[in-house]
Design a protein around this ligand. Structure first.
Ligand SMILES: *Cc1c(COP(=O)(O)O)cnc(C)c1O
Length: 400
């Protein structure tokens, strides 16, 4: 097994990120950038007093988010986890159900399932997309599931399998056509966790609206941010209205009466955050172009480096490259690599620990997870802020 050439890799990181040689400015993993109308829109909220969950920016942002994800309706929420929670409820996930989710994901995907009093059921991911493997899912369901009266049950636990939650890791699309085929075969609704994949495309189509319902996040570290925030995404207008109602404490609109017709949640996004989001969305194409150029530069730089490979977008897709990543050949090289890169001023970090390794999810049902384990033990994210890619956009514009 080849040893990593630390000095060479550090030199390449310096070159690609454009950090002036000899300076020790830290290059963070991912930083937001506010270079458009953010100041103007947020100031307007403060001037007019419309800072809370009703206001013109919320409506405008919902329209613009729907456009950005190619869906009919977006309902903004306080964060992506809340949006995913409501999305799962809208798909009919209820107490004691199981929900298929990759073990290789951010903890929010599993937590939102638990908030519905349902149980995550982990299925393996694949190397080419870093997401749920539809073929592994297909054979796993053949092994453990049974179809009764139009619903699918886990034969081993007796519980209903109520939804499948694919997650587009770091912006790279899951093989959705195959996944939707498997989901249709078992009549299980698909809830897309599109938290990381704004603007990513598969066969030309945007992600987030490919299943029954989806959710995204506008947290501070995501491709665009509202500070904290998220949105439910759907092409089903009735579902969207229901979601908005439940996220607004299930209050029936009335001039003075406080009547709530079911258990609701206070999950609406404040206007001040939506204002920030409107300004950020105006720049989303440039941001994604910059991120894609940064990824190209990394790909070229790391092409002939022994002992690691840069993660590229899967076939038939255009990734937003939210977070760039390398996969090391040797898992035991990972921690030393993290140590030396952080020491030398580059914000690198490992992949998430697998969900089934966390204390609250240790005993959940699970398929074999050998690929998830292999990815999780060898993947390292490297600096990915959009502004690092701007210099490449400008230089390529000259050539065009
Ligand atoms: C960011 C993220 C979420 C939602 O996160 P919030 O911080 O609640 O906005 C959900 N799933 C994944 C995979 C994420 O990366």
């Amino acid at each position: 097994m080849s040893k990593l050439d630390d000095q060479k890799i550090l030199r390449l990181l310096n070159e690609v990120t454009g950090r002036p040689r000899g300076t020790d400015d830290f290059v963070p993993l991912h930083e937001p950038r506010f270079s458009g109308n953010e100041w103007v829109y947020v100031k307007e909220c403060l001037n007019t007093g419309w800072v809370s969950s009703v206001g013109s920016y919320v409506d405008l942002f919902e329209e613009k988010v729907a456009e950005a994800f190619g869906v009919k309706k977006a309902i903004c929420m306080v964060n992506g986890t809340a949006a995913l929670h409501i999305a799962l409820l809208m798909a009919g996930v209820a107490e004691n159900d199981e929900v298929i989710v990759p073990a290789l994901t951010f903890v929010a995907s599993a937590n939102a399932i638990t908030y519905c009093r349902a149980i995550p059921h982990f299925v393996d991911s694949e190397l080419a997309t870093l997401g749920l493997d539809p073929d592994a899912l297909d054979s796993w369901l053949d092994e453990v599931a049974e179809f009764r009266e139009n619903e699918t049950f886990n034969r081993r636990t007796g519980r209903r399998i109520a939804a499948i939650v694919p997650m587009h890791t770091f912006g790279h699309p899951v093989r959705m056509s195959r996944l939707l085929e498997v989901a249709a075969k078992w009549s299980i609704p698909v809830v897309e966790d599109a938290a990381e994949s704004i603007g990513s495309r598969l066969n030309g189509n945007l992600l987030g609206g490919l299943g029954l319902v989806g959710a995204t996040s506008f947290n501070g570290n995501k491709t665009i941010t509202t500070g904290g925030g998220g949105a439910l995404l759907t092409n089903d207008i009735d579902l969207a209205n229901k979601a908005k109602h439940i996220a607004t404490t299930a209050k029936k609109p009335h001039k003075w009466r406080f009547y709530h017709d079911r258990l609701g949640f206070n999950y609406r996004l404040p206007n001040i955050n939506a204002a920030l989001g409107c300004a950020q969305l105006e720049q989303v194409s440039e941001v994604i172009a910059a991120k894609r150029h940064l990824a190209l530069a990394y790909e070229a730089a790391f092409k002939d480096i022994e002992g690691l490979r840069f993660v590229v977008e899967p076939e038939h897709s255009q990734s937003n490259y939210w977070l760039n990543a390398v996969i090391l050949d040797d898992p035991s090289a990972r921690d030393p690599f993290l140590e030396v890169t952080n020491e030398q001023g580059f914000g690198t970090r490992p992949c998430w620990m697998l969900m089934n390794e966390l204390p609250m999810y240790r005993n959940c049902p699970s398929s074999p997870l050998s690929i998830s384990q292999s990815i999780s033990s060898r993947l390292v994210n490297i600096p990915s802020s959009a502004y690092l890619g701007l210099k490449f956009v400008k230089s390529s514009a000259h050539h065009n």
